[in-house]
Design a protein around this ligand. Structure first.
Ligand code: SF4
Length: 237
């Protein structure tokens, strides 16, 4: 699997390869079980039921790093943050920021296009309870590392959605940028910030989960502030 990730020569190649990954037995079983049993509201739909690749242009200056696909969102539609409430919040914010051509993300093929942003997750398969194990995180890391390597020429800012994504970024520094991660590691928080001299700036943002957005822990205004800052740091108009 590591070799397959490393061999990917561009994002199309990488997206195709990751979609065919079966390296984590527990997650393979879960993604396929969810795809078979379905949620009642989607019982007439064919679920994707496979790893979910990144989405966005190859010359992105901003990356959004999430945790993992949602069982009935990305795992259903095959596109990251597509078809669930988290995505509704995220893409509405990206549209307000001028980084998406429409405020909704319903299904692959719905016309959504991003500008200057690539979205991907630390773990590419939907995990039970949204909780991948440390071993699954580490097994999936080569896909993340290769994706960052492929967009490295333009990448300037990474927005980490939640503490899991924030923690997943540090090995990227070593693997992709050949620099030593800071020690101790900077603590995750909303609007937390880390910048090194030879790597993209890292911004923390509470995850766009329903738990955070329904309770008001993460508001649309807070998201707008994060993306305004990301655009400024990345030099995006
Ligand atoms: S989580 Fe990642 S490494 Fe594991 S099966 Fe899915 S794509 Fe492969």
């Amino acid at each position: 699997m590591v070799a397959r990730a490393a061999r990917a020569t561009d994002l199309t190649d990488l997206d195709g390869a990751v979609s065919d990954c079966f390296a984590c037995p527990r997650l393979v079983a879960w993604r396929e079980q969810v795809a078979r049993t379905k949620r009642a509201a989607f019982r007439d739909q064919d679920y994707w039921g496979r790893p979910v690749p990144g989405f966005g242009p190859p010359d992105a200056r901003i990356a959004i790093l999430g945790l993992a696909p949602a069982a009935h969102g990305g795992n259903r539609t095959g596109r990251i943050f597509t078809g669930d409430r988290s995505g509704d919040v995220l893409f509405a914010a990206l549209h307000r920021a001028g980084l998406a051509n429409q405020p909704t993300s319903v299904a692959a093929g719905d016309g959504l296009a991003l500008r200057d942003v690539r979205i991907f997750s630390a773990v590419r398969c939907a995990p039970p309870d949204n909780k991948p194990t440390p071993a699954e995180r580490d097994t999936c890391a080569p896909w993340l590392h290769r994706e960052v390597a492929l967009i490295r020429p333009t990448l300037r800012v990474v927005v980490a959605l939640g503490a899991f994504a924030w923690a997943a970024w540090w090995p990227v520094l070593h693997r992709v940028y050949a620099i030593r991660p800071p020690s101790p590691r900077p603590v995750f928080g909303h609007a937390a910030h880390w910048s090194g001299t030879a790597a993209p700036t890292l911004l923390g943002c509470y995850h766009v989960s329903q738990q955070n957005t329904f309770t008001g822990r993460l508001t649309p205004g807070m998201l707008d502030d994060v993306f305004a800052r990301a655009k400024q740091l990345a030099g995006v108009d």
